[in-house]
Design a protein around this ligand. Structure first.
Ligand code: 3H9
Length: 693
């Protein structure tokens, strides 16, 4: 339901936009706004106008659902130009999230007042767009070029007091936005029209501006929109207003159609659809109420999980039977809260209250009152099974037992308990208090209410929470293992680790597979390979670079050397002649003549084997929907958001091309113990796509 109404209160004309859930500027809203504006201007009894919104927020932007449709009149820039040209003063009365086109609407009004909880941003670049209704022109005129740059290119969000300080809004207060506007009018008689666009940009230092822009763009490699947004912003002082507005509009219209914007829209809606599916599951099987949660193991992972729980207001018991480990865990927690306090992210009261939610204990019987217990001990099946035997004995009836294993068989863990229906996987990513992903791993016997509880907790922790099935490595690490295997084989054949890493970085990953391996630890990969024993294919077993590095004590960043060499205190590795020598000797031993690889071959081999493995995951029913695989890799492994996700990217490449490329490698794939997924073949043969399947 969409309504835009005009109400007269004495000489005030109040235009209210009502288009749930977030008052997005759909065609109907734009048309309604224009019509009510014309009525208000024609009404001699109205002297001043207020624009406000019903519901939980002022306009949160253009209607993203319309971006795949042809442009429809009236266009927002025209509506805003009419508003700004109003001979009667117009006040925007703001609350909630004033975003994108919503902020542009507010900027076109003559005055702005806001509720104290309101926030302001132009997040268009996060959707692959640039502001398309005057944002790049009106914002710098009000707040100056440097802050406009941070907001338009860097996506900086302002709270209401910062917005007031910056001159973005003119008044601020508690209460209903309309009442705030009425108060503002009373305090500032007589108001006259004050168009933003005719003002000039306040003076600024152009060199400092350009340096700031370079700094921001460096943090956004591969993304096209921020560069174009900057281009449009410069128009605010380089071009006459009408030319600058026209240029902004042309860039915006072209961006709507761009591959990156389409990909980012796909991700935007996929994230919300996932949250909706999780909510529906929680409704179908009411979750268990969580009054207290216990975490077993106070290592980096366990303390990180405890932090997540405390940040979400949950009473938490952190247990480690080794007092020294527990002390280290407590120190990690304390330093996190003091850091948050120092950075102003938490007040002292908040930090103290959250820290007090975490109680540290050294005996497992402290789990007695917990409704949920999350185990985060050493990654070894026998160790975890022993912990679960004890937990089964000590936990109260009905308590849920979760494991944070990153690849072990959770059915085998559940099997040692007398409550298999209450055992589930909750795979957090390190550092748990930072990383957005949570894989919730279903076991064979898991009860629906247990699954619902884990999913609901994930949402409460602010994680992108994806339900997956139980298999070695689940979704994320299973695909990671396949990519790492392919990358290692490429190196064995003659590519340099730094070439492989560069190619994947240029694709948009924050780091390449060897850089990631050095960060995560060569010892972790070594232990994983030991654990896989007979299941390693002959090709994988023969490509034993991990064992060779491990034997030399090259454990990655933590030991100062792995695939790369690290200067003390440096996280950026240097290519190491020792590794080049080790590789040369390895190839010689195996009778391999090194060859060079094109960047395209490297990229395709790393990605296409993952796409094939993802198709197997679908075939095996490990995920409910293809998009879940994309969300796991987007939020847990740095897949570039502007490429939409692994399977979205596969769809863009064309499945037929992927299958025919994989067919060309089928002998090599067989050596690795892999076949082309029948599902992938079928989709390709039918000319279909993953995300429509
Ligand atoms: C723009 O404005 C371009 C202009 O410069 C140029 C114009 C010419 N459109 O996130 P939630 C839906 S670009 C359509 O779960 P929250 C969303 O899909 C835009 N629908 O709630 C969901 O639907 P469902 C710039 C939208 O409270 C429901 O609303 N603006 C839009 O966690 C609830 O969303 C942005 O980029 C939209 N613009 O967060 C803001 N926004 O229930 C994007 C939301 O069917 N939006 N929906 O799944 C957000 O950041 C968050 O949604 C918001 C609320 C903070 C508003």
């Amino acid at each position: 339901m969409t309504t835009v109404t005009l109400q007269r209160i004495d000489a005030l004309g109040v235009i209210t936009l009502d288009h749930p859930p977030v008052n997005a500027l759909s065609r109907a809203v734009r048309a309604g706004l224009l019509a009510r504006l014309q009525e208000a201007l024609a009404d001699d009894g109205i002297q001043t106008l207020v624009i406000t919104c019903a519901g939980r927020t002022f306009v949160a932007g253009a209607d993203i659902r319309e971006f795949d449709l042809p442009l429809q009149e009236p266009h927002l820039p025209e509506v805003l130009a009419a508003l700004e040209a109003s001979p009667k003063p117009v006040i925007a009365a703001l609350h909630g999230t004033v975003l994108g086109g919503g902020l542009e609407l507010a900027l076109a009004c003559h005055y702005r007042v806001a509720a104290t909880a309101a926030t302001f941003a132009l997040p268009e670049v996060s959707l692959g767009l640039i502001p398309g209704a005057g944002g790049t022109q009106r914002l710098p005129r009000l707040v100056g070029a440097p802050l406009a740059l941070d907001m338009i290119v860097g996506g900086t969000r302002l709270d209401a007091s910062a917005a007031l300080g910056a001159g973005l809004i003119d008044g601020l207060g508690e209460g209903e936005p309309l009442a705030l506007a009425q108060g503002f009018l009373r305090d500032h008689p007589p108001l006259s029209p004050r168009p933003t666009a005719v003002q000039t940009v306040p003076p600024f230092d152009p060199d400092a501006f350009e340096a700031q822009a370079r700094g921001l763009l460096r943090k956004l490699p591969g993304q096209e929109a921020p560069v174009l947004a900057l281009d449009a912003l410069r128009g605010a002082w380089q071009l006459p207003l009408s030319a600058a507005l026209q240029r902004e509009r042309e860039l915006f219209v072209a961006r709507r159609e761009s591959a990156q914007a389409r990909a980012l829209r796909q991700v935007f809606f996929a994230e919300r659809a996932l949250a909706g599916r999780n909510r529906a599951l929680a409704k179908a099987a009411p979750p268990v109420a969580l009054r207290q949660v216990a975490v077993i193991g106070a290592g980096l992972m366990g303390s990180g999980i405890a932090l997540c729980l405390a940040n979400a207001g949950l009473a938490t018991v952190l247990i480690d039977t080794q007092p020294q480990a527990l002390e280290r865990g407590r120190a990690t927690i304390d330093s996190y809260f003091s850091g948050a306090l120092a950075k102003g992210r938490l007040t002292a009261d908040q930090a103290n209250a959250r820290a007090a939610l975490i109680r540290c204990e050294t005996t497992l019987d402290a789990v007695a009152d917990a409704d949920l217990i999350i185990e985060a001990v050493f990654e070894d099946l026998a160790v975890k099974q022993e912990v679960f035997r004890q937990l089964d004995r000590l936990a109260k009836p009905g308590a849920i037992l979760a494991t944070n294993t990153s690849y072990l068989d959770i059915d085998a863990i559940a099997g040692v308990t007398g409550r298999r229906e209450a055992v589930i996987g909750m795979h957090f990513f390190s550092p748990a208090q930072v990383m957005k992903l949570l894989e919730v791993v279903r076991t064979r016997a898991v009860a629906p209410a247990v699954l619902a509880t884990a999913l609901q907790l994930g949402e409460r922790l602010g994680k992108t929470t994806v339900a997956v099935g139980n298999c070695h490595g689940f979704v994320g690490n299973r695909l990671l293992a396949v990519r790492e295997r392919e990358a290692t084989l490429l190196v064995e054949e003659g590519a340099a680790p730094e070439q492989v890493d560069r190619v994947l970085r240029e694709f948009g990953f924050p780091m390449g597979p060897f850089e990631l391996r050095d960060l995560a630890g060569i010892d972790i990969a070594w232990r994983n390979r030991q654990g896989r024993g007979e299941s390693l294919s002959p090709a994988e077993r023969a490509c034993d670079l991990i064992e060779q590095l491990h034997a030399r004590g090259r454990l990655g960043q933590k030991s100062g050397a792995g695939y790369y060499r690290y200067e003390p205190g440096q996280r950026q590795g240097q290519a190491d002649p020792l590794v080049a020598g080790l590789l040369a000797a390895h190839r010689q031993r195996r009778g391999l003549t090194p060859r060079s690889h094109s960047d395209t071959e490297i990229l395709e081999r790393c990605l296409f084997v993952m796409i094939n493995e993802a198709a197997w995951l679908l075939e095996e029913g490990i995920v409910e929907q293809p998009v879940d695989i994309d969300l796991v890799w987007l939020h847990g492994y740095g897949f570039p958001r502007y490429r939409g996700g692994l399977l979205y990217h596969a769809d863009q490449c064309g499945l037929e091309r992927i299958v025919s490329t994989l067919e060309g490698w089928s002998a090599a794939l067989a050596e690795r113990g892999t076949r082309i997924s029948p599902r992938l073949r079928q989709l390709a043969a039918e000319g279909r796509r993953f995300l429509d399947s």
